[in-house]
Design a protein around this ligand. Structure first.
Ligand code: SF4
Length: 391
């Protein structure tokens, strides 16, 4: 018997579209139907992306010290999370950090800065960085994520060679004012529009686990569809200690897979990226989630540590995925290079105080996310530190 989700996939493959009721039904699917959901959404994923995974790499250009009050953010005004705080990376440091991610298998570098939005002098810096990146790394895709844009700034980024601009709507319009009060939902939509009008590929996504209802998650996905975001990062709330969402755990691994599958049904041909919170929320279902999503961040996040980059790459290879833009032999060479120790040394060089050690040979002094896999581990390596990046 054809499941309701297989029938939904058939309808979409025939040129139809998921309705809001379909999307809610995916979120409310019985857990025993999880593989029906994954198989059906996976057909849409394979129709548009085959078995490729797009690998992206974050470079946090400016960390913390933000005057905005986004409740979920470790960099927000009032956050007591003990994150790295620094002002703009230099151009050379940016090149070095981006280069680590590109050598690690990423094809897109996402340059992010905290703050309400960039000044024109900030844009000058990002223009310079982008031109240097494009000169140094052939074929690199550059995404900028700098906050709310003013008139003319998107055009300057585009002229410098920036390919995409990220600005997440984060949650449904009907939930927005519960999570931030220093800017409006319309401010966010305006910036996505400015990026798109300038010819930048719009990247916009959400954070699940902010107290939203099923209907609000669906509302957010349909808003992203309407905005025509080319790529949709789906974050799962990382409840940093020292933020209003400390100890907020609303998600389960199965729930996260259903959210990603719902995104695939609603936006079948868009890049669905598993973003922040992947490891701590999906846990053993990370690879299952990639049957419906088609994009990840390699290594670490803006202010927290992800799993080892080698673990990311092995997960892709073990599950038969290829990296978008990389042939099979280059992928094998990349894994071999990581296995030779590049990533492991970066990982084991950090200090964390885990009494028993992380099992990676750190002798009990390792600072990786393995210290407590269910809590955000503050990033202590890569940009803003002297420690090699996890890439
Ligand atoms: S999400 Fe961006 S704007 Fe909001 S507090 Fe964090 S860095 Fe600031």
């Amino acid at each position: 018997m054809t499941s309701q989700f297989a029938a939904l996939a058939d309808r979409i493959l025939d040129g139809g579209a998921a309705t809001q009721e379909d999307a809610v039904a995916v979120l409310r699917a019985d857990d025993v139907a999880l593989m029906d959901v994954v198989a059906a959404a996976g057909r849409l994923r394979r129709e548009h992306f085959g078995n490729t995974v797009k690998v992206n790499y974050l470079v946090n250009l400016k960390s913390g010290l933000c005057p905005e009050n986004c409740n979920y953010c470790s960099q927000a005004l009032g956050s007591q999370a003990p994150i790295l705080k620094y002002s703009w990376l230099s151009k050379d440091e940016t090149l070095k950090q981006a280069g680590a991610g590109l050598a690690g298998g990423a094809t897109r570098v996402c340059m992010v800065s905290s703050g309400r939005g960039p000044s024109d002098r900030d844009i000058d810096k990002v223009v310079e960085m982008t031109e240097a990146l494009k000169d140094s790394y052939e074929g690199v895709e550059v995404c900028a994520c700098l906050g709310l844009l003013k008139d003319g700034q998107a055009e300057r980024l585009k002229a410098a060679g920036v390919d995409a601009y990220n600005h997440n709507i984060n949650t449904a319009e009907s939930n927005h004012d519960n999570i931030v009060q220093t800017h409006t939902y319309d401010d966010r939509v305006d910036t996505i529009g400015k990026a798109k009008s300038a010819g930048l590929s719009p990247c916009s996504g959400l954070i699940a686990g902010l107290g939203e209802t099923d209907e609000q998650l669906v509302e957010a996905l349909f808003a992203l569809k309407e905005l025509d975001a080319d790529s949709i990062p789906v974050n799962f709330l990382m409840p940093f200690d020292g933020t209003p969402y400390e100890n907020t755990w609303e998600l389960s691994p199965i729930r996260c897979v259903k959210i990603l599958a719902m995104a695939r049904f609603v936006c079948p041909d868009k890049e669905i990226r598993i973003a922040g919170g992947r490891e701590m929320h999906l846990r053993s279902l990370q690879a299952t989630a990639l049957q419906v999503a088609n994009s990840i961040f390699l290594g670490d996040y803006l202010t927290s540590e992800g799993q080892d980059a080698l673990a990311d790459l092995e997960m892709l290879r073990d599950n038969g995925f290829t990296i978008l833009g990389m042939d099979a032999s280059a992928f094998d060479e990349l894994i071999a290079a990581h296995e030779a120790g590049v990533t492991h040394r970066a990982h084991a060089a950090t200090a964390c105080g885990s009494a028993g050690g992380c099992g990676d040979g750190c002798g009990g002094a390792c600072g990786s996310a393995a210290a407590d896999e269910h809590k955000p581990a503050i990033r202590q390596r890569g940009a803003g530190t002297e420690v090699p990046a996890n890439a």
